[in-house]
Design a protein around this ligand. Structure first.
Ligand code: NAP
Length: 303
């Protein structure tokens, strides 16, 4: 029996594990992919305080995990298959066993949103990627495109501009809405070519991606861009499949919490990107994780 099971080993889950283990709670974190979650795909995290020159996202995730483990948190790379969250004792089902805990923090984050074009899935790994730091090097000296217009798309385009010959940044609106510092960098990077008011309407391929057809949504004019790689950075959808039907979700399927990270279920808390209304930054995910752990500590004193 654990005091606390945390599902998800991103910044929210790992910070919750740090706070909970330092308070003496028997805590385990389950992570099915990589510790650090989404930040592991960031080449450089420049807005996490204290790292004046930025820090690689993968390294930041590793440091957070090491710190939680130092105080006794267990970390397991098993995938949580199902959860039973009602009642005083919570059950987590793994592929070959089940574990129980008095409280659960849901910190499963979110996954990449897809464009929804018919050929998209079959071209993943054959030109289409959702992670520039993971796959950018496959396109050294080639022509690539990034689709999206917020922080992720602009930072992926900047990262790829150092590897690829040209980067086409395709955005459906007039003005990018990334941080100003990155928009300025964009304007000062000659091998990034921007296509605003533009949407991808077709992917052309044989074995691999050959080109994309974009359409200007003001003029309806179309253009074929010959690119070997297309990086999709159009936001995320929450990983709430495991808890749908048990925990209250908003219309976009993010978990509804109060400011103490409490969900509608007793003993069940949520933190980080999975939470409705979250700011979705590393620093706020960490803040959520700390708050969720404190709420667990208070909750366990009462039950
Ligand atoms: P996001 O802020 O949700 O933006 C998604 C972008 O994709 C928007 O530009 C959106 O267009 C576009 N989009 C959505 N659906 C689309 C579709 N079907 N077709 C074409 N375009 C589509 O996502 P994000 O940039 O990944 O950022 C996620 C979170 O991480 C944010 O909170 C962000 O601030 C944070 N983040 C921060 C940093 C940083 O601080 N440096 C870096 C990366 C990410 P519209 O603009 O028209 O809605």
């Amino acid at each position: 029996m654990y005091d606390l099971i945390i599902v998800g080993g991103g910044p929210a889950g790992l910070t919750a594990a740090l706070y909970a283990s330092r308070s003496g709670l028997k805590t385990i974190v389950f992570e099915k992919e990589v510790l650090g979650g989404k930040i592991t795909t960031a080449h450089l995290v420049e807005n996490y305080p204290a790292f004046v020159n930025g820090i690689n996202g993968f390294e930041l995730g590793e440091l957070m995990a090491n710190q939680a483990q130092k105080y006794g948190a267990e970390i397991s790379f098993e995938e949580v298959k199902a959860l039973k969250l009602d009642g005083k004792i919570k059950t987590v089902y793994l592929s070959d066993k089940e574990l129980q805990a008095k409280a659960v923090i849901l910190a499963m984050g979110s996954k990449n949103r897809k464009l929804g074009l018919p050929e998209e899935d079959q071209l993943i790994g054959r030109g289409i990627s959702y992670c520039a730091t993971c796959d950018g090097n496959f396109f050294k000296g080639q022509d690539v495109a990034v689709v999206g217009g917020a922080n992720s798309a602009v930072s992926e385009a900047l990262y790829l501009s150092k590897i690829a010959k040209t980067v086409r940044l395709i955005y459906r609106r007039e003005k990018f809405r990334a941080e100003k510092i990155d928009i300025q960098r964009l304007q000062n990077t000659p091998n990034i070519l921007t296509h605003t008011n533009s949407e991808i309407i077709k992917l052309n391929y044989d074995q691999v991606l050959k080109s994309v057809i974009i359409q200007n949504n003001k003029t309806q004019a179309t253009e074929e861009l010959f690119v070997n790689g297309l990086f999709v950075a159009i936001g995320h959808v929450p990983n709430t499949d495991l808890v749908e039907g048990q925990v209250a979700l908003d219309a976009q399927k993010y978990i509804i919490t109060d400011q103490n990270m409490t969900t509608n279920l007793e003993g069940v808390f949520a933190a980080g990107d999975i939470r409705s209304g979250a700011f979705r930054q590393v620093i706020t995910a960490c803040g959520d994780g700390a708050r969720a752990a404190e709420s667990v500590i208070d909750y366990l004193k009462k039950v």
